[in-house]
Write a protein that binds this ligand. Structure first.
Ligand code: FAD
Ligand code: NAP
Length: 314
């Protein structure tokens, strides 16, 4: 039986494994369906993880994560390259099911992250990471004193537009309707910002550019075409929370989630189910940053260690 099963091998899962094994848990397996490292490995530059800044050429996400697995494995963490299909609990014991096997575990940390939805306009994939972004905290600074666009009319879009307005010279908010899902106070703050200009009842038809990156956007607004020459477009059209592994056969979830499917945790990453922890982008109120996911993983790893020792070895 495993002491701890970790689902997901991004910054949260790897750090959870490091803290749990180095703290003394023996049988710890991290289930990661791909290579460990998580979604930051898709990023061409990261400059906000403390202690590893490189200006020219910028540090890539892949370079940041490259040494993490070896450090974690050194203390005993094992990697099972498999997609977990479902986690259940019978009595005090969890069952972790992959396509071909079933494992028993005394505790589980779920770190499967969340994935931004795509808007579906032409060029969105082609220019992703070269002008199209889904993270203002990550990439906003690259557009300091430049004009950028934001797509969406929800809380995330308007809050991130306000964040970008602190850095960029102008922020165009493109929204397909003329009313917003975002909370009225947030809409009011965005409307009052001198740096934010709304382009409403509008859809992006195409993102265009060259090998150098995004050149601009072709937008359709009430029958007319607008050519918006911006080097950056931030897409905030919702997120898919990767919580499928927690879904039970009757459609319920193994622990409490909020209305958007994020896992509810306390400050120690405990979920509503004893012995089940969540860390990183999957949890409620996650800052969706590598440093925060790693911090969550450390807390969850230490808490899983305490739980197993008190419950099973005490
Ligand atoms: P993830 O990194 O998403 O890892 C989850 C892992 O779980 C994945 O590896 C996935 O394969 C695995 N998984 C999912 N489901 C299963 C399953 N059923 N079975 C097995 N494995 C599963 N953050 C910053 O701090 N600075 C930046 O500059 C920055 N830039 C970014 C740029 C891009 C392009 C992207 C996409 C993200 C960026 N981020 C940045 C955000 C950062 O990557 C995330 O906040 C962080 O990776 C979250 O870590 P996590 O461990 O919670 O989840
Ligand atoms: P959201 O509320 O689902 O909003 C997504 C926005 O994107 C909507 O305005 C939607 O337009 C638009 N959109 C969707 N698909 C699109 C497409 N293909 N092309 C163009 N536009 C598209 O998502 P969110 O803003 O990420 O928020 C998710 C949840 O988290 C919400 O319930 C929100 O309240 C909550 N949240 C809360 C806070 C907070 O309380 N501070 C902060 C952030 C998020 P339509 O409006 O026309 O559908």
């Amino acid at each position: 039986m495993l002491d701890l099963a970790i689902i997901g091998g991004g910054p949260a899962g790897l750090t959870a494994g490091l803290y749990a094994t180095r703290g003394g848990l023996k049988e710890v397996v991290m289930f990661e369906m791909g290579m460990p490292g998580g979604q930051i490995t898709q990023s061409s530059e990261i400059e906000n993880y403390p202690g590893v800044f490189r200006e020219d050429p910028p540090l890539t996400g892949m370079e940041l994560m490259e040494p993490w697995p070896a450090q974690c494995m050194h203390f005993g963490l094992k990697h099972e390259m498999a997609e977990v299909k479902q986690v259940t609990k019978e009595g005090d014991i969890f069952k972790v099911k992959t396509a071909s096997s079933e494992y028993e575990a005394k505790s589980v940390i779920v770190c499967t992250g969340s994935t931004p939805k795509k808007a579906g306009f032409k060029g969105e994939d082609e220019f992703f990471g070269k002008g199209v972004s889904t993270c203002a905290t990550c990439d906003g600074f690259f557009y300091k004193d430049k004009e950028v666009a934001v797509l969406g009319g929800g809380d995330t879009a308007l809050e991130e537009a306000l964040y970008l307005a602190n850095i960029c010279s102008k922020v165009y908010v493109i929204h397909r309707r003329d009313s917003f899902r975002a909370a009225p106070p947030t809409v009011e703050r965005a409307t009052k910002s001198e740096k934010i200009e709304f382009i409403l009842n509008a859809t992006i038809k195409e993102a265009y550019g060259s090998a150098m990156g995004l050149g601009g956007l072709k937008i359709e607004q009430e029958g007319k075409e607008i050519d918006l020459k911006v080097p950056g477009i931030f897409v905030f059209v919702g997120r898919n929370v990767n919580n499928e592994v927690l879904q039970q056969s009757d459609g319920s979830y193994l622990c409490d989630l909020n209305d958007w499917g994020e896992v509810l945790v306390d400050l120690k990453m405990h979920t509503s189910t004893a012995g089940l922890f969540a860390a990183g982008d999957i949890r409620v109120d996650a800052a969706k940053q590598v440093v925060c996911a790693a911090g969550d993983g450390a807390v969850a790893g230490m808490e899983a260690l305490n739980y197993v020792q008190e419950k099973f070895n005490g």
